[in-house]
Write a protein that binds this ligand. Structure first.
Ligand SMILES: Nc1ncnc2c1ncn2[C@@H]1O[C@H](COP(=O)(O)OP(=O)(O)O)[C@@H](O)[C@H]1O
Ligand SMILES: [Mg+2]
Length: 461
């Protein structure tokens, strides 16, 4: 639990999930970017996350956004959790501005095969692996299904960006890169290459995405480069890569890392952060998920808990809205859904996954009357409480059909509450939120004193 691998919640819309980061829509102008602890190597996300990696990435980007704001305005607003930042929503320009200071990586691989241009930029003959270019070069790619090398001229011709804006992007990218190189040089790090993304906010060019993080840049240690320039190793990833290479089996890299490799990788990421910012990161939290939950609630981005009301048919909406109204008075998020266990059971899997993994305390009210398959199918598969509240037309309907809610197979822990108000109150209680417990206590005491007052009134003394 000391890693954040994803954020799942019905309360905010996930608009993008990349290899490492996840983006959520907060409102029209605000986006939330979560740097998870996932790590990718050789273009694949490993099953083993790296504790603290997300915080390093998120806080480094924040550090650089603040550090470079006089060079260009950027999207950064605030860090709301070690792994999370809020940023301003931009209209992204679908171009990655890659700036290279050294002949390495994919440029070197194609150079070796005889290619003398990268994204239309001419490269002289006779360069050696990892050799510095006389001047950093900008080699853009398009942001598509698979990124494509493209020249500045073609970018404009194909309509990815106007000539004027491209020029500004190029100039700014070089400025940012040279600044980054100079700052990092003082800290014993070589900024080898990196990529920038830009967008428009109110028609103004701004820097978006991330900047000078290990995931968007290649860092070498200056010392390592000096001693063996053609074997310089990437400060962050090389260690994981060499483990994977060493343990390649039948042509495939392992998907997991052993504990000691994870710990060492954590240490390396935290070291990089320290080298760059001069700050020591706080200890890694034991329960990242509850920390994230608390921070999202504190910033009013989510309610502290939710109750999903899942109905088998939209004809039960009125019945469900009764419960929704009650629960919303307690400042809880209510997620109304229509999923029939019988008719579109295939969708149930997705719903179950979402609720099982959501970061907030949750409960489900299943609403299905005649032959309640829904409550059972949910209760047998979810890790949150399930309350059946079947809707009935009349007492006869209730007499005939209540058993399908009451009689559950083994390991199917659904409870049944007939009255919708009671079901809502029971669901709220299962959330076990301290603020709600205080409120229920007050309500119980109020009810008691009302009864006492009534007793006095009726008795007359
Ligand atoms: N302020 C912003 N406004 C709009 N889009 C943004 C902003 N910042 C970053 N983005 C976009 O969010 C996405 C982040 O994706 P990312 O997590 O890097 O995964 P990948 O690049 O692998 O798809 C990118 O498409 C990036 O252009
Ligand atoms: Mg990206």
């Amino acid at each position: 639990m000391n890693c954040l691998t994803t954020i799942i919640t019905p309360q905010i819309e996930k608009i993008h999930s990349g290899k490492v980061r996840e983006s959520f829509r907060i409102d029209e102008n605000t986006r939330m970017i979560v740097a998870t602890d996932r790590i990718s190597s050789f273009d694949k996300v490993l099953d083993t996350p790296i504790p603290g990696k997300g915080a390093v990435l998120n806080k480094l980007a924040a550090y650089w956004f603040k550090e470079t704001k006089d060079i260009i305005e950027n999207h950064f607003v605030e860090v709301i959790d070690p792994n999370i930042s809020l940023v301003r929503e931009a209209t992204p320009i679908r171009v990655e501005m890659i700036v290279r200071g050294y002949m390495t990586g994919s440029a070197w691989r194609s150079y070796q095969q005889g290619k003398r241009t990268v994204s239309g930029v001419q490269i002289p003959d006779g360069m050696k692996k990892n050799q510095a270019f006389d001047e950093p070069i900008v080699t853009p790619t398009t942001k598509e299904e698979s990124d494509r090398e493209i020249s500045a001229k073609e970018l404009v011709e194909e309509g990815w960006v106007s000539a004027e804006i491209y020029k500004a992007m190029e100039k700014t990218s070089l400025k940012l890169f040279k600044h980054g190189q100079a700052v990092l040089k003082e800290r014993g790090i070589i900024l080898v290459d990196t990529k920038y993304e830009f967008g428009l906010i109110d028609n103004k060019l701004v820097l978006i995405d991330e900047i000078h993080t290990p995931d968007s840049s290649r860092f070498w240690s200056a010392e390592n480069y000096e001693t063996e320039p053609d074997n310089a190793e990437q400060l962050d990833k090389e260690y994981v890569r060499s483990y994977l290479l060493k343990h390649k089996k039948d042509g495939a890299y392992p998907n997991t890392l052993p504990n000691d490799v994870v710990q060492e990788t954590t240490r390396r990421y935290r070291d990089i952060y320290g080298m760059i910012t001069g700050e020591v990161l706080p200890e890694i939290d034991n329960n990242t998920r509850s920390r994230v939950h608390a921070n999202l609630v504190r910033h009013k981005l989510i309610k502290d808990g939710f109750v999903a009301i899942i109905m088998g048919s939209p004809s039960d909406l009125d019945h469900c809205n009764k419960m929704k109204d009650i629960m919303e008075q307690y400042d809880i998020m209510v997620d109304l859904r229509v999923v029939s266990a019988h008719k579109n059971g295939e969708n149930l899997g997705q719903v179950i996954k979402e609720y099982n993994n959501s970061i907030e305390p949750a409960a489900i009210i299943a609403v299905a009357g005649r032959s309640n398959g829904l409550g059972g199918a949910l209760a047998a598969n979810v890790t949150v409480p399930v309350i059946n509240c079947p809707p009935f037309k009349d007492k006869t309907d209730q007499m005939v059909n209540i058993n399908s809610s009451l009689m559950m197979p083994s390991n199917t822990p659904a409870v049944t509450v007939v009255d919708p108000k009671n079901a809502a109150m029971a669901a709220l209680r299962t959330l076990n939120l301290p603020r709600l417990k205080t409120r229920f206590e007050e309500e119980i005491n109020e009810m008691k004193s009302e009864l006492k007052a009534a007793d006095k009134r009726v008795r007359g003394r």
